[in-house]
Design a protein around this ligand. Structure first.
Ligand SMILES: Nc1ncnc2c1ncn2[C@@H]1O[C@H](COP(=O)(O)OP(=O)(O)OP(=O)(O)O)[C@@H](O)[C@H]1O
Ligand SMILES: [Mg+2]
Length: 232
């Protein structure tokens, strides 16, 4: 079953800036896909269409076989609960601890309070951050901040995890720890799509690679391909 399908998708921002055009992509349940391409090529825009942060100017985006371009605004939160998103700059709340940042994601969606601590402990243990749960973000390394944001993305048990340059600010050790965790999450059945500039990761991980250039899919290769260095 396809989890994500783009049919002839175009996205133009205000001021006539065309970010994507003629994009047709099918992603199956449980795939791990890298999105690569030079800066401004359309990777973040591609991800934004999946969690309906942007609507296409034309074409359709299907998530679990539902056209989300026609989804009413009131149903968007339900879509987003099924999709975890992580970013290069973590987007944590500075005044909340690791535990509270994750718990907050459950509180705002009306999760019953008694269920929250166990759910938070479970995702902290997946990312290996249980011992740091009472720290504030400013008391964490960059890698630990990203682990917190991954835990927060996982707490709703999403079927899709989107990662927009999640290792962009991290040293090599933290980067590989994040990749190991994303690979583990994927092995449990979550579809993972990760935009990155790091061709070292892409070449080592041997996953499907979609190259976006100038808003179009320039190539879409399976896991065995060795991808050449891209210019930026
Ligand atoms: N909110 C916006 N308003 C207008 N134009 C935008 C907006 N967001 C992105 N763009 C433009 O759309 C194009 C694609 O941008 P996008 O952020 O998707 O690229 P990207 O591949 O993620 O780049 P990077 O690797 O630098 O993150 C660029 O030309 C960019 O300037
Ligand atoms: Mg981007």
């Amino acid at each position: 079953m396809s989890v994500i399908e783009f049919t002839d998708v175009a996205l133009s921002y205000a001021k006539g800036n065309q970010a994507l055009a003629g994009v047709n992509v099918l992603i199956e349940k449980g795939e791990f896909v890298f999105l690569v391409g030079s800066t401004g090529s359309g990777k973040s825009s591609f991800l934004k269409l999946i969690y309906r942060d942007e609507l296409p100017s034309s074409g359709e985006v299907y998530i679990n076989n539902n056209d989300i371009t026609t989804l009413s605004k009131s149903k968007v939160p339900y879509l987003r609960r099924n999709i975890g998103v992580i970013f290069q700059d973590f987007k944590l709340l500075d005044y909340k601890t690791v535990f509270e940042n994750i718990a907050y994601a459950l509180e705002v969606t009306g999760c019953p309070s008694p269920e929250i601590p166990q759910k938070v402990e479970d995702v902290l243990s997946i990312v290996g951050l249980s011992e740091k749960k009472d720290r504030l973000p400013e008391e964490l390394s960059g890698g630990e901040k990203q682990l917190t944001s991954i835990a927060r993305a996982l707490v709703h048990n999403p079927s899709i995890l989107l990662a927009d340059e999640p290792t962009g600010n991290l040293d090599p050790d933290s980067t590989w720890n994040i990749m190991r965790i994303l690979d583990f999450i994927n092995s449990k059945g979550t579809t993972v799509i990760m935009a990155t500039h790091d061709m070292n990761i892409v070449n080592k991980m041997k996953k499907r690679v979609i190259v976006i250039e100038g808003g179009k899919v320039a190539s879409d290769e399976g896991p065995s391909m060795e991808i050449p260095e891209l210019k930026d």
